[in-house]
Design a protein around this ligand. Structure first.
Ligand code: PLP
Length: 419
């Protein structure tokens, strides 16, 4: 459920017409609905309200400060995967005790910065990382709170590029090594193993893989507790999918929560959840203008001023995004087209062989469900300045990041110095 909708023939975000925004900021641009963001967060918080729990929004889905600020004010914690994301969390004033740090390749500097801030815990992905954290915490004269990220080896039945919980994936510690590595963590002087973590993948559209993973994890938690590991937190990761408009109907947060809580009954641990996509995905659109319509021999191409550098999910995952005209017309013919960008790559497309209302040159369109892994994955490829981001709150809006200028595009660069 989101707040992008037609009023008459014009597409609105909450109470603001998107074509008005296009006039003000130019195209392409991202637009986020704050009400949608907060609604999704609240749905998650309420679904787990019956048990001690903390919702740590996964920053990598959309790390824009305005998004983080809205969510943190509403009580969200943050799941970070880099020192840069830690800095963003600090910038919006996220309390340290609401931050967890995931990722397979944490650098020394990142670990030190997180320890200095005093985060809730590290989700540790290898024995080497565990020893590195122990050593750095030792130098600082403190003890680092850690969870081990366990790879439960279940198939999340999603796109292979966003599967993380199978034994062939680089993520986590193999299930059967867990006990030995927890024992090592108990012996190390400067880490305290207080949690267990797992995250099996992204854009899951059924609960079964989650249930299978949580069953395996529960057995392991029971074993670890019996062996005297002082676990206090169970982090179930993120991964709940969203409807992209191709008939998916992923479980709502409520149903997902019920399925998880049923498996965890009687377990006296604080639950942590790391939703990303399900919070921001359908809270954002990418608005673009049709530059040209070109009739090929085999296909008709609608060429927009947004490209794969702005939204790379179709290029990266062959992802589906629905596309809407900003001005609806009921008598319009439909055409099968490819909607493509200006980038010099064949993977630069937003839709392929898609039946859409006939778009004319100069017209505006919205690529839906672009709030997650949209701007946060954008780049300057083809030396294109990144688009602005606008946030809407009711009938007001703010440009929360201006369009990049050409000076910003080349900032800090220089030719090799003479002499
Ligand atoms: C990416 C990621 C998430 C968020 O995944 P979504 O599918 O966006 O919910 C959560 N936890 C970890 C460790 C991740 O890498």
């Amino acid at each position: 459920m989101d707040y992008f909708h037609y009023v008459g023939d014009r597409l609105y975000c909450e109470e603001v017409p998107l074509d008005d925004l296009a006039q003000t900021v130019g195209t392409p641009f991202y637009c986020y609905s704050e009400r949608t963001l907060l609604r999704h967060l609240k749905a998650f918080q309420q679904a787990f309200a019956g048990v001690p729990s903390l919702i740590c929004y996964s920053v990598k889905a959309n790390s824009t400060l305005a998004v983080l600020d809205s969510l943190v004010r509403q009580g969200a914690g943050l799941d970070i995967v880099s020192g840069g994301e830690l800095a963003r969390g600090r910038r919006v004033g996220c309390p340290a005790e609401r931050i967890v740090f995931s990722g397979v390749g944490k650098s020394e500097a990142e670990i030190r910065a997180a320890l200095e801030y005093g985060i809730l815990m590290f989700n540790v992905e290898s024995p080497s990382e565990l020893r590195r954290i122990d050593r750095i915490a030792g130098q600082m004269g403190i003890k680092a709170p850690v969870a081990l990220r366990i790879n439960p080896d279940v198939d999340p039945q999603t796109h292979p590029y966003i599967s993380t919980g199978m034994s062939r994936n680089k993520f986590g510690i193999p299930h059967r090594q867990a006990m030995a590595i927890y024992r090592e963590a108990m012996r190390l002087p400067h880490v305290s193993p207080i949690g267990l973590d797992c995250h099996i993948g992204s854009q899951l559209t059924t609960v079964e893989p989650f249930v299978e993973a949580v069953r395996r994890v529960r057995l392991l938690v029971d074993e670890l507790r019996a062996a005297g590991v002082p676990l206090r937190y169970l982090d179930l990761g993120g991964g709940l999918g969203i409807p992209y408009g191709r008939g998916e109907s992923p479980p709502l947060p409520d149903l997902y929560a019920q399925a998880m809580l049923k498996e965890l009954e009687g377990l006296p641990l604080i639950l942590i959840l790391e939703p990303g996509r399900v919070i921001v995905g359908n809270a954002g659109v990418l608005v673009a203008r049709v530059e040209y319509v070109k009739e090929g021999d085999e296909k008709r191409f609608v060429i927009t001023d947004a490209g794969m550098n702005d939204l790379m999910r179709p290029a990266l995952y062959d992802a589906y995004h629905s596309i809407l005209p900003l001005e609806r017309q009921f008598d319009r013919e439909e055409r099968t087209v490819d909607v493509v960008g200006p980038i010099c790559e064949t993977t630069d497309f937003f839709a392929r062989d898609r039946l859409l209302p006939e778009f004319r040159e100069g017209e505006l369109l919205a690529v839906r469900s672009a709030g997650a892994y949209g701007f946060s994955m954008s780049s300057n490829y083809n030396s294109r300045p990144r688009p602005p981001e606008v946030m809407v709150r009711g009938d007001r809006f703010a440009v929360v990041r201006p369009r990049e200028s050409l000076d910003q595009l080349m900032a800090g660069e220089s030719a090799f110095p003479e002499g």
